[in-house]
Design a protein around this ligand. Structure first.
Ligand SMILES: [Mg+2]
Length: 363
């Protein structure tokens, strides 16, 4: 059995490569999935034939990433803000900086910040016109921020919201070096409370960022990192039963012999991905189940992403999360070169990644 995680362990990707790989992998997966975000399996088959959407080169028209990548970059910018303050000797409130970043994101979507929200000077990212397109932003993200209230774990906004808008934007928290995994979990889950109040949104976000941390910072192989995320979710006080069930099933099903679950079988088992725990479970399953057959990081990426987007659910978010995980695992070695040529605004993504690397490592 060929195990690319072992290959990865033999020549581990650098921190810089994993940071850029996580960001760009997510953008590529998002871009592939965005082609079919609102399409049923039947519609995907009608558009792309019986083998469905296999490659970004099949995109109808110009390739775009969606709100998933836009918000992920704003998550990163919130962390850049914190790191800039820290390098100046000031300990800024991380969740407040995230809130401010997401309020600036809200403006990019044509929604004015509420009157009592804090006034902010624009940052570099705010001038990037590609982030001002409306690419189907999530309702809870818009309404939660529009309240003008900074949601917290104790007083979250949108109490019943568990949409995947938390998970899909939360990979950057797991990239923070020199930070305990427990801190990553808390920062990520607290940021979820800014827009989504349901415990599964909060805990799914924390578990996803924990997973990215285990891959990028701790250097665990894929399955060990996934089991670690499951264990952290299980250790939560008042752990969300739906999240635990989904993670356990994703781990178990991915060990089964034979062809991986696909399409309707995949979403029947793990959900359509519209809610947080389903999106995380579908993406994680697709990455785990294709590991055994992959012979290179790029082939693993392609196999996993094809599985992650060809279903009737929230294809861009399941694609984005799967892409984040593979980029965290392999670094830039996972990214198909032909897809990079098609990616929207890769220089913008790389610039923000480079800023993060510079502020965290001095390189
Ligand atoms: Mg989207």
């Amino acid at each position: 059995m060929n195990n690319p995680a072992q290959t990865s362990a033999a020549s581990p990707a650098s921190f810089s490569s994993r940071v850029q790989g996580t960001l760009m992998g997510g953008a590529l997966g998002d871009s592939l999935g965005y082609q079919v975000e609102f399409d049923s399996l039947e519609q995907i088959t009608a558009k792309y034939g019986s083998s469905m959407l296999l490659d970004l080169s099949q995109a109808k028209g110009t390739v775009h990433f969606s709100d998933d990548t836009q918000m992920t970059l704003y998550t990163l910018d919130g962390l850049l803000d914190v790191l800039e303050w820290a390098n100046g000797g000031v300990g800024a409130d991380i969740n407040a900086c995230q809130w401010l970043a997401y309020l600036r994101w809200l403006k990019t979507q044509g929604v004015p910040a509420p009157g009592h929200a804090p006034e902010q000077a624009p940052r570099w990212i705010d001038s990037q016109s590609v982030l001002h397109h409306q690419r189907h932003p999530g309702n809870a993200c818009l309404t939660g921020l529009s309240t003008g209230e900074m949601g917290t774990a104790a007083r979250p906004v949108n109490l019943d919201s568990k949409g995947c808008g938390t998970v899909m934007r939360s990979a950057p928290y797991g990239l923070l070096p020199n930070v305990e995994a427990e801190t990553v979990y808390k920062v990520s889950s607290d940021a979820a409370s800014l827009t989504h109040g349901h415990p599964s949104a909060r805990q799914s976000s924390g578990a996803f960022s924990w997973l990215i941390h285990q891959l990028v910072i701790v250097g665990l192989p894929l399955r060990a990192a996934a089991e670690s995320a499951r264990d952290r979710a299980t250790a939560e006080r008042a752990a969300d039963a739906d999240l635990l069930a989904r993670l356990e099933l994703a781990l178990t099903l991915s060990t089964h012999d034979g062809k991986p679950l696909a399409g309707e079988s995949l979403t029947d088992a793990l959900g359509l991905g519209w809610v947080a725990e389903d999106a995380l479970a579908v993406a994680l399953y697709c990455v785990l189940a294709t590991e055994r057959d992959a012979v290179s990081p790029v082939e693993h990426f392609l196999d996993a992403l094809r599985l992650a987007v060809n279903h009737s659910g929230d294809s861009d978010s399941t694609g984005a999360i799967a892409g984040n995980i593979l980029g965290a695992l392999y670094g830039e070695a996972a990214l198909p070169p032909s897809w990079l040529k098609l990616c929207e605004a890769p220089q913008l993504i790389r610039h923000l990644g480079a800023e993060f690397i510079k502020l965290t490592t001095g390189e």
